[in-house]
Design a binder for this molecule. Structure first.
Ligand code: AQP
Length: 324
């Protein structure tokens, strides 16, 4: 399968959507690269103290999942200078039109004069994150697929203009759980930056997780079956269950079809609490010592520094810069 790379942005506390659509699929295999994408965390207004807290929370989850083991690396993006420099090179190769087509930008900022320039250009930063490491696959939720496709376009363009310097990566979207929706508004994606009872946090207490699921919005009717258009609430719960229990949707529906919504919601909460228990407990234990977390990431930072710097030099040389 080759090397794979995934970054996660400290734009809020880690959600169940992040876990199902991304974190739970990540593996510590040789050559794999994981990072806290803190440079991406400042595309919208931020508070320094909160940013520091979110960075530590995400790092604790990545370590709790064992992603810094087995010759795969975990580091903090802003501690490796090549990311910011590569972003500039790619911004100068990218076109306004292709960046304007990015749906995340359209959703969050188009037409508003007070958004940061970074919110518009960050797909170049993301493309650089991926291309610096010459990875083959990038596992992402549905919402990020378009950015990996842009990355491919930029890599192909650079290879065409300046010679073959980049590996062209493939996005890999999970078949179930690619877009976990809010429990309060099942037509919207569950997001870190939306803080309400529709967003379930990976590290919140089991009692609180249970309460949020019991209050989840359901649909008219009484039957548990999968129909994302007519029954978005129940279908979202079914997808969460299926993704975490790794069971086919049909088997779950067959068991709970006539059980009633209350019983089904209780069961989904139980599955969520149980399947996230070990990562939750380890991450919370790690978080009591942020120094220790930062020390654990030193090795990853050194390796990332050397790999990305070598790639940056290769690209700069191909583009026509004099190297020192
Ligand atoms: N609801 C979701 N369902 C499935 N996958 C999801 N991901 C995010 N939300 C869901 C996936 O999580 C990974 C980490 O993403 P990120 O933090 O870098 O970016 P994001 O998609 O912007 O995450 P959020 O939670 O939605 O944050 P905000 O609110 O700041 O925009 C990605 O692989 C993503 O697909």
């Amino acid at each position: 399968m080759g090397k794979s790379l995934s970054f996660i942005t400290p734009s809020g506390r880690v959600t169940l959507g992040n876990y199902i659509g991304a974190l739970s699929q990540w593996t510590a295999a040789p050559g794999n690269v994981y990072a806290v994408a803190d440079l991406h965390g400042i595309t919208t207004p931020w508070n320094p103290e909160t940013l520091r807290t979110y960075i530590i929370e995400i790092a604790s989850v990545l370590i709790a999942l064992g992603l810094d083991q087995n010759q795969s690396i975990v580091y903090i993006q802003s501690q490796v200078a090549a990311h910011a420099e590569m972003a500039w090179l790619l911004e100068c190769v990218g076109h306004m039109g292709e960046f304007q087509r990015m749906t995340q930008f359209k959703a969050k900022g188009r037409g508003r004069g007070d958004i940061s320039v970074g919110l518009f250009t960050y797909p170049a930063l993301m493309a650089g994150d991926i291309l610096l490491h010459d990875v083959d696959t990038v596992p992402v939720g549905e919402d990020q697929k378009q950015h990996v496709e842009l990355t491919r376009d930029l890599a192909i363009r650079v290879n065409h203009l300046f010679g073959p310097v980049f590996t062209v990566p493939e996005p890999k979207v999970p078949t179930v759980g690619a877009r976990v929706r809010s429990l309060k508004n099942p037509n919207e994606k569950m997001s870190k930056s939306v803080i309400d009872d529709g967003t379930v946090l990976l590290l919140e207490s089991p009692d609180s997780i249970h309460r949020k699921f019991m209050a989840a919005v359901t649909d008219s009717g009484r039957e548990v079956h999968y129909d994302p258009v007519e029954k978005p609430g129940i279908s979202n719960l079914l997808e969460i269950y299926a993704a975490l229990a790794k069971e086919p949707l049909d088997d779950i529906v067959a068991r709970y079809r006539t059980a009633g919504y209350g019983t089904f919601k209780r069961k989904v909460a139980e599955v969520v609490i149980e399947s996230t228990k070990s990562v939750r407990e380890s991450a919370l234990a790690l978080q009591t010592n942020s120094e220790e977390i930062l020390n654990r990431l030193q090795q990853g930072r050194q390796e990332a520094w050397s790999t990305t710097n070598a790639k940056l030099q290769q690209v700069k040389r191909a583009m026509g810069f004099w190297l020192p």
